[in-house]
Ligand binder design. Sequence first.
Ligand code: ATP
Ligand code: MG
Length: 514
Amino acid sequence: MIVRVVRGKAVDAPGGYGAAVTGELVAAIDQGTTSSRCIVFDRAGEIVSVAQREHRQFFPQPGWVEHDAEEIWANVQQVVLEALAAAGAGPDGLAAVGITNQRETTVVWDRATGKPVAPAIVWQDTRTGPLLRELAEAYDEKRLRARTGLTLATYFAGPKLRWLLDHVDGLRARAERGEVLFGTIDSWLIWKLTGRHVTDVTNASRTMLMDLATLDWDPELLDALRVPAAMLPEIRSSAEVYGTAEGVLAGVPVASALGDQQSALFGQTCFQPGEAKCTYGTGSFLLLNTGASPVTSGHGLLTTVAYQIDGQPPVYALEGAIAVTGSLVQWLRDNLGLISTAPQIEELARTVDDNGGCYVVPAFSGLFAPHWRSDARGVIAGLTGYITKGHLARAVLEASAWQTREVVDAMNADSDVALRRLRVDGGMTGNALLMQFLADVLDVPVVRSRITETTCLGAAYAAGLAVGFWPDLATLREQWSSDAQWQPAMDPAHRERELRNWRKAVQRTLDWVD
Ligand SMILES: Nc1ncnc2c1ncn2[C@@H]1O[C@H](COP(=O)(O)OP(=O)(O)OP(=O)(O)O)[C@@H](O)[C@H]1O
Ligand SMILES: [Mg+2]
């Protein structure tokens, strides 16, 4: 457990609550892949308190990744209590609470008991590979892309739901009778908090079941994936009051839901078409605001809903999703034991001057954007007797930058204007060596926002807008500022040589899984 108090007053104060004025704060719950956080913000968008708890990752078979939705719910309640205590506030100190979440992770629960019927299948899980090959024969990928903005990949929620319907005894019949409910994590949490079964457009756009134009469940896709409509949540905008919370947040309006990456885009205040950000967490996700119309990618990017404010038309984004970046650093820490904390990787990488000719391509869940190859698996290429753990650490960091480069190249190819600078946030952006290398390989400035917890900030902003705590987008925009910037400094010939090597290494990952 981590409880960081940035400006809290009353963690141990006798009498507990009372330091905060009624309704002068907004909280955000960020239910991520590795942990759940609650952050309390004030009207200036400044962090008042943070609480965070990790949850267990289950790997029952190679390629399978599961979470316990009950554990997640317990952690969420805990971090809410801890963050409120650290802020010296009770629920009545909050004008609203917003939710942001790991996307695509799939939960099915019993409507009557509220218990999950099976472990949650996490977005990184590749068990639906064979199912997708089947689906590819029945459903044209081009049509799927046009309808949903997505590609046929194990990543998305719909196939995971189908897997559960096929493998949990009696589940399909119960789903048809409306006895069990499906939801991504946003839906699960809103249901637990308010008893309402809803989801927001950004999360729904990651199911492979929603029509990107109508923003409604698509009967043809439900049919193709054999998903009973009775188990689906109602799709709502990203910023509106879904209901009033009970329990730890009693009386607080639950007023936003956004997938974590869309939320970070919102928190970075990328409200104008052409504005982009990349968030470096477990994976990394570059989103470009494309405005009122969905742009279909010809280069392996996804089309997704960026956000929708209640009563307004949706805003769309192009997305480059990279599955493994920060989790590769965790792998170096937990599976290889070469470091004991993630930030130590920088020190280890600085023991050498370069990668020594070594490249790590972390295709742990296949390759996501722009390749979308579920048959790929990770490689360490260019190994010689010369390579030390320092080189390996460097190659691990460089992998995040090169993967970003591939996505930026795709984005530049898809849009008329080339990316001029990149706004970044997330845990890995604390790594100065990586940030410089990123600027070097992208050949554009990299700008870090002052508040790196933009995922939470976006959900807080959306919830605050929904209840009138903040008046408009322009006000939020004024609150954004950066705290660091890195300028490209790499010799172009060197960059090209390294890029060629990276591409060769990527080729080595392909055609691994039969
Ligand atoms: N200094 C660092 N250098 C490199 N990687 C780092 C550093 N600090 C953190 N990380 C990596 O960043 C990730 C944590 O970032 P962050 O807290 O933004 O992710 P997260 O939001 O918890 O992820 P998720 O929401 O997916 O659970 C971890 O994977 C960790 O390995
Ligand atoms: Mg996160």
